[in-house]
Unconditional design. Structure first.
Length: 758
């Protein structure tokens, strides 16, 4: 139940109005949209990681019962899917990603043809009849091998597998003056987004070339643009709606080849077509996340003060660059974390490999950056014999340093890092934990205690988002937003903002979103942007509505606008409650019989949420088994709209971040065959693997938007992974273990103990 006006104000814990349909099974996903007569589509995908296509024989498939069409790349002749644009960068035709592979395949799962049939089973049977003849090429799976000069280019016309490269900081000796240098080589492994609902699209042609599309996505406007461009239509002829989306986690943020192909097929056949991925299909077709090799050296004085950092990172973008530049770029930007690092020399590369393309996944580059610096900081602490908390205290940026431009060029807005660290230490009972650890070490307990810290920042927001507010003469309040929630509780949070501003119950505020036919423009939901950008757009529009209402109320009350004040549910002359007019009365007095305003709120620079996480683990030193005992997470996302939603967002991020630390890894064999393409082989944690999270907060507003808000959707996944990794390695310090790559499975931990002993 939603709480009443008084308690639903901004800043209060209001339960999500979105939850009842989600929890009772009433919510409608793409597969549930009622569309009589819709045809079913199944993709024929490459079963080889690398090869040249010599023939695609569709004759048997077309003859298969129920099959209406089999469409190949040559049949549809679609332009390539655009790369995600980056500042100063034009996409390079030699790296183009086709919608359907025609000459060459570059990963297992790449779409080659589409089979359309009257039922899903008939489409699948038809797809089995398509014969793709191929000359297999050697697959390049390892990212180091991909980048080697002698490596065969996966895109012969491009000539190299290195598709992105940047150098930051040129120094003769970036570590000059260091009394101690630690060096690490870390693998930030590839993971899968695993949304509850795999990808899906339903396209309904409605005559005159108009396509009505229901897409499981985070960015309806981006998908509309992609489909319209590929099909050479004006955007006005394509409507994209995101119904309920069973999670996206960044991976549903772009336009996929599958979207364009299904839309093209529906347009060609003039019949509605639906495509919904199976789980195994999703595990190869939906972009993966992370996938970075990191080599880092940190130099410091003996007192722990950092003097410089040198790093080389190689990011795997998979078979196509496509959206891979986004995490690559974020990882580059955030590389120095929360510390004062005077000198940085960073060489960051991205390479293509014969694997599923990599794209943004919860954190998108910031988890990689945080993991690298947080591991290196712990190594430094170990080297100097200093407590990990103390080495952090000595190097954290301080509140008076902000705004602060890092050596990598990030412009941090605000921060109070030490306060978050001290809060996390105090909530965890850090000293007591260290005492318990010492006691266990002293007796040589088989089960050792590990305590891991992570102090981190990340980037959120940046760019533009649309919002409007309209009050009608029946008293209804309608908000439209370009944000496209898929689990973040925007309806609840935005109705709180507007209800509070207009002094009306949040329950009457209707939020319209995720529909290009109902929202004039917008961007969508990713990069933990919506609270601050869509929220600020709505606030700006709401302020303009308040201004209009004040004028209208002053006219009606024959008062000076300065003397007219907002009271619960209406307006009155200040100090004279009896003059109160309702919103309905005021709105009815203007010729349009509605008050409305819109805003394209733009934030030129991002905001930088931060926090401190503590993980406590018990490691069985005989089996390598890790038990996660406690997670303490202190997060700061500036001013909070709804603390309950914020906590939920942190919980989700923590679960996924812990998944990367302990359980998850997408793996391929040497030929490029995926060997973790289902949920038996790919280990997503369930609630049973997770402790009850202990949360804390600090509040440091951002000066970059009127709400003072920063993002929170990803922070949990940024901060917790290195805390857990550091905790496991901390437990094994007495054995001489310096580092173990993720995921920290029992086998890896056991091997690390054994090899350290040798
Ligand atoms: N919020 C708030 N106060 C703040 C900041 C945010 O109350 N200071 C609220 C916002 O109003 C919003 C929620 O917290 O309701 C998340 O806001 P924000 O951090 O702006 O993130 P977005 O809404 O832009 O959501 C994107 C973010 C990302 S990038 C990923 S990945 C992610 C995440 O959200 N994927 C999710 N959370 C997810 N949650 C679910 N259930 N499913 C996903 O796929």
């Amino acid at each position: 139940m939603i709480m009443d006006t008084t308690t639903s104000t901004t800043g209060n814990r209001v339960r999500r109005r979105e939850d009842p349909p989600l929890l009772t099974g009433a919510a409608k996903y793409v597969a549930d949209i009622d569309c009589p007569g819709a045809l079913h589509a199944v993709f024929v995908r490459s079963d080889r990681a690398h090869g040249t296509i010599t023939a695609v024989d569709v004759a048997d498939a077309i003859a298969s019962p129920g099959v209406l069409a089999v469409l190949t790349g040559k049949d549809l002749d679609l332009p390539p899917i655009p790369e995600t644009p980056r500042p100063g960068h034009l996409s390079r035709p030699a790296l183009a990603r086709p919608c359907l592979a025609i000459d060459r395949v570059r990963y297992v799962g790449e779409p080659i043809a589409l089979v359309v049939a009257t039922t899903a089973a008939a489409a699948r049977d038809g797809a089995d009849q398509v014969v793709v003849e191929m000359d297999t090429l050697p697959a390049i799976i390892d990212l180091e091998a991909a980048g080697a000069p002698e490596s065969q280019p996966i895109f012969p016309d491009f000539g190299s597998n290195v598709v992105l490269e940047s150098h930051t900081g040129e120094y003769d000796d970036v570590l000059a003056g260091a009394e101690v240098v630690v060096r690490g080589r870390f693998v930030n492994q590839r993971v899968a987004a695993v949304p509850m609902e795999p990808g899906g699209i339903l396209v309904i042609p409605e005559g005159d070339g108009y396509l009505d599309c229901f897409v499981s996505c985070q960015t309806p406007f981006v998908v509309r643009g992609g489909i319209a461009r590929a099909l050479n239509k004006p955007e006005s002829r394509v409507r994209v709606r995101a119904p309920e989306v069973g999670g996206g986690f960044g991976a549903k943020g772009g336009v996929y080849p599958e979207h364009v192909v299904v839309a093209a097929a529906a347009a060609r056949l003039g019949r509605p077509i639906r495509h919904v991925e199976t789980r195994s299909e999703n595990m190869v077709a939906m972009s993966h996340g992370r996938g970075q090799l990191q080599e880092v050296a940190l130099g410091a004085r003996r007192d722990g003060t950092l003097v410089g950092m040198e790093a080389r990172t190689v990011t795997d973008v998979g078979g196509y660059l496509w959206r891979g530049a986004l995490p690559w770029n974020r990882a580059r930007l955030m590389v120095t974390g929360v510390y004062r690092i005077p000198r940085l020399s960073l060489h960051s590369l991205a390479v293509v490999t014969n694997t599923t393309p990599i794209g943004p996944y919860r954190g998108a580059g910031r988890p990689e950056a945080a993991a690298m610096i947080e591991r290196a900081m712990d190594m430094l602490a170990q080297e100097l014999g200093m407590d990990p908390a103390e080495i952090r205290r000595r190097n954290l940026l301080e509140p008076q340093d902000f705004p602060y431009t890092t050596a990598s060029g990030a412009s941090y807005d605000s921060g109070a890092y030490a306060a978050a660290l001290e809060e996390a230490l105090s909530l965890s009972g850090y000293e007591e934990l260290r005492r318990e650890q010492a006691a266990r070490r002293a007796v040589g307990d088989v089960c050792q205690l590990g305590i891991g810290l992570s102090t981190f920042t990340e980037i959120s927001g940046e760019g533009f988002e649309y919002g409007s507010v309209r009050v009608s003469d029946d008293g209804s309040v309608v908000v439209t937003t370009g944000a496209s929630p898929h689990g973040q509780g925007h309806e609840t949070a935005f109705s709180q903002l507007v209800g509070t501003m207009l002094s009306v119950p949040a329950t009457i505020v209707r939020i319209v979103h995720s529909d290009t036919g109902a929202v004039p423009r917008g961007v969508g939901t990713f990069g933990s942007r919506s609270g601050q950008l869509a929220g600020s757009a709505i606030v700006e529009a709401g302020e303009e509505v308040l201004r209009q209402a004040r004028e209208a109320a002053a006219d009606l009350l024959e008062a000076d606008p300065q003397d007219v004040v907002l009271v619960e549910g209406g307006w009155a002359v200040n100090g004279v409650p009896a003059t109160r007019l309702s919103w309905e009365e005021i709105v009815a007095s203007v010729p349009e019989r509605q008050l409305s305003a819109e805003s394209d709120f733009t934030q030129a620079e991002g905001t930088y949420p931060f926090g401190a996480h503590v993980a406590v683990v018990e490691v069985d030193t005989e089996t390598g088994g890790v038990r996660l005992r406690r997670i303490i997470a202190v997060d700061d996302c500036g001013r909070v709209i709804n603390p309950m939603i914020v906590e939920g967002q942190v919980h989700g991020g923590l679960a996924q971040g812990i998944g990367q630390a302990l359980f998850e890894e997408v793996r391929y064999d040497d030929l490029g065959n995926p060997i973790t393409a289902n949920l038996a082989d790919y280990g997503v944690p369930s609630a049973a693997e997770l402790p009850s999270f202990e949360l804390g907060e600090t509040v440091t507003p951002s000066p970059r938007n009127p709400l003072g808000a920063k993002g929170v959707g990803e922070s949990g996944a940024v901060g917790v992974t290195p805390a857990v990794q550091n905790a496991v390695i901390d437990a094994l310090a007495p054995f001489g273990v310096r580092h173990i790559d993720m995921p920290l499975t029992a086998e890896r931990v056991w091997r690390a103990i054994r090899s350290a002993g040798e």
